[in-house]
Structures are given as structure tokens and as C-alpha cells.
Design a binder for this molecule. Structure first.
Ligand code: ADE
Length: 355
């Protein structure tokens, strides 16, 4: 049983948050709609990407794919092109797969219940909660890193938020706190508080609407929360890439459709060992089946993914002719690259090419 004091604090938290949000919310394009599809697109883009970056991508994407129908009927390549630069391309591929499913199974209307929505590709517990609450005003929690931080502080939760059990506990707490009939505003107000006030370092407690209710602030430990055990550092890897050129055209290879940069175009590369690039190059060139007459070092670039840190050693290999290989590929000129979705890691290689 909750004590009367706790009920009062809970009501205060709800009321102060909603009032603060109504006055202080940012004017963001996805806040002008309750269309489940648009909220879906925005939430997928906002995973791992800053709001400032997402705004332009969201507007362009919605202009081109205004409803599930346009997205479901597009080519995957075009969808990836609209995603180019946002990274984490599996998000785009899943969104596209999801749109096809919603188009075929539900006539283009995104379901408004947990049972069906959680079966759509790319929609996990967070995204499901975000869409159901923000678009459909249903009382489901949407707990991302911001909300974990805000709730750890308000309720002085000292458990490790890297543990699934802690996340479940906080999800249950957030659900308890959703004010009846105001799920949409409540979800967004928590995200907004996390973004604008309850920031990871130097939170702006003096202007926080929950100044009096926040348990961590009362104890002066707000900057010590949340507790999060360290992630493993991305693995440092020595990578060797060959850029194959023939008569001012470069060989682009399409990656297999799963994996890190699946479905995107790129270059031939392989993990190697420092000071053994010749052997690694030879292995790749032997597999290639196109004779190469000259090899020259282009330079090095670094690219950090979530789990890998690539130290990339680039070589320009002059081929005798524009041959064919046993994998989807194209010979592409300097100006034609615009037509190919190239992930950031390969854009960095493209930029190193001296024409
Ligand atoms: N981050 C995740 N979802 C968001 C939203 N709807 N508004 C602002 N920031 C967000």
C-alpha cells in the first residue's frame, strides 16, 4: 500500500511535469501529429541520434513517404538513401520491413494495441510504448536512457540500469506514474525533462519542476545517479581495404543484406595484422578474379562502430579491365556515387580517393 504522503508526491510529480511540459516543450515536427506512422518513424530515427540531426531527416523522409503505403511500395535502396548519414541502417531496413507488414496485414494502419504492434519488425518494448502512448494515448511506459536517468533520480534508485531487472522495475514504476488520460503528454514530458533539465552531467535542478519532489536532489546525489556498469570498449581492429579502379571507375560491391552495413554499397575489406598488409591484400586479390597490375597505399582512416573500432588501411589497386565478380557489384564514376547508399564508414574511404 502506498502511504498518503507518497500519493501526494506522485500527484505533484504528474502535475508539475505536465504543466512544465505544456509551457516548455520544444516545437518539433513529430509533435504536430498523432499519426502512429509518423510517430513510429520519428522514434526509430531518434534511437541513437540527436534531435537536432533527426529534424531534417524526418522532414525529408515524411515528404517522400507520407504514409505506410508509400514506404511499403518503395524500393529498399531508396529508403536507405533517405537514411544515409543517420547510421545504424538496420533501423531503416526494419522500418521498411515493418511498413510492408503493416501495409499487407493491416491495410496501412499501424495497430493500436501491444499484442500486434510488438510483432512488427524493429518495434521493441521502448518503441511500442512510445507509439502507443504518444500517438494513441494508451498507458504504456516508454523507457529509454533518458527516462531511466530521470526516474533513477526522482525515486533515488541505486540499482544498475545496465541490468534488465532494473529496467523492468523502472518500467513498472513509470507505468504506475502515468496520469489517467494523459499518457501522451506524460511520456513526452519525461523525455523532454531528460533532454532539457535532467541532463547526464550538471542537471539544471534549480529550474526543474520536480525540484521539491526529487529524492536524489534532496540528498544532493543527483549527479551520482543513475548507476550504470561500464560497457566493453569497442574492439580495436586492423582492417585492410582495396579500392579497385579501372579507367576512372571504381568497383563498388553490395554487402550481404544482414550484418553491420547490410544492403549498402561499399568496398572490399578484410581484417588483417599490422605490418602484414601485403599478405592480406594478396588473399583478397586472389579471390577477386580480376587481374590487378599496380597497388599503392591511399592512406588510413578510423571508424568507430558500437562494438568495433576499425583502423582502416586503404590501398588503391589498378585493375587491367572492368571485370565481373561473383557478387552484386557496379563500376562507378566520380559523379555517379550519389545514386548509391554508402554508409559513413565507406564514405570516408570514397573521400580518400584521388581522381
Ligand atoms: N527522444 C526519443 N523520442 C523523443 C521524442 N518523441 N521527442 C523528443 N526526443 C525524443
Amino acid at each position: 500500500m502506498m502511504e498518503e504522503k507518497d500519493v501526494n508526491i506522485k500527484q505533484k510529480i504528474q502535475q508539475n511535469l505536465l504543466e512544465w511540459f505544456a509551457k516548455n516543450k520544444r516545437d518539433l515536427p513529430w509533435r504536430k501529429t498523432k499519426d502512429g506512422y509518423k510517430i513510429w518513424v520519428s522514434e526509430i530515427m531518434l534511437q541513437q541520434t540527436r534531435v537536432d540531426t533527426v529534424i531534417e531527416y524526418y522532414n525529408r523522409f515524411i515528404d517522400r513517404f507520407p504514409t505506410v503505403k508509400e514506404l511499403a511500395q518503395a524500393e529498399e535502396q531508396e529508403v536507405l538513401k533517405y537514411w544515409q548519414g543517420l547510421g545504424y541502417y538496420s533501423r531503416a531496413r526494419n522500418l521498411y520491413k515493418g511498413a510492408k507488414m503493416v501495409w499487407e496485414k493491416y491495410g496501412g494502419i499501424l495497430p493500436d494495441n501491444m499484442e500486434q504492434i510488438k510483432k512488427i519488425p524493429g518495434i521493441g518494448p521502448y518503441t511500442a510504448g512510445a507509439i502507443l502512448s504518444i500517438a494513441y494515448n494508451l498507458p504504456y511506459p516508454a523507457v529509454d536512457g533518458n527516462v531511466l536517468r530521470v526516474f533513477s533520480r526522482i525515486l533515488d534508485i541505486k540499482e544498475d540500469i545496465a541490468q534488465p531487472g532494473t529496467v523492468r522495475y523502472i518500467q513498472d514504476k513509470v507505468k504506475e506514474y502515468i496520469p489517467s488520460g494523459y499518457a501522451s503528454e506524460f511520456t513526452e514530458s519525461l523525455m523532454e525533462l531528460g533532454a532539457l533539465i535532467c541532463t547526464p552531467i550538471s542537471p539544471l535542478c534549480l529550474v526543474c519542476p520536480l525540484y521539491h519532489q526529487c529524492a536524489a536532489r534532496q540528498k544532493g546525489i543527483q549527479e551520482k545517479l543513475p548507476i550504470k556498469s561500464k560497457k566493453v570498449k569497442p574492439k580495436r581492429m586492423h582492417m585492410v581495404f582495396c579500392v579497385i579502379r579501372s579507367e576512372e571507375k571504381i568497383l563498388l560491391i553490395k554487402n550481404a543484406s544482414n550484418g553491420l552495413v547490410g544492403g549498402m554499397w561499399g568496398f572490399m575489406g578484410k581484417e588483417g595484422h599490422p605490418s602484414q598488409d601485403d599478405q592480406t591484400l594478396k588473399l583478397m586479390l586472389d579471390d577477386l578474379n580480376i587481374p590487378v597490375q599496380h597497388v599503392q597505399k591511399l592512406g588510413t582512416v578510423r571508424h568507430i562502430f558500437t562494438h568495433m573500432d576499425w583502423d582502416m588501411h586503404l590501398y588503391m589497386c589498378e585493375a587491367l579491365y572492368q571485370g565481373h565478380i561473383g557478387q552484386e557489384h557496379e563500376w562507378v564514376g566520380k559523379e555517379e556515387i550519389e545514386n548509391y547508399p554508402l554508409p559513413k564508414v565507406y564514405q570516408k574511404i570514397w573521400e580518400k580517393i584521388e581522381w
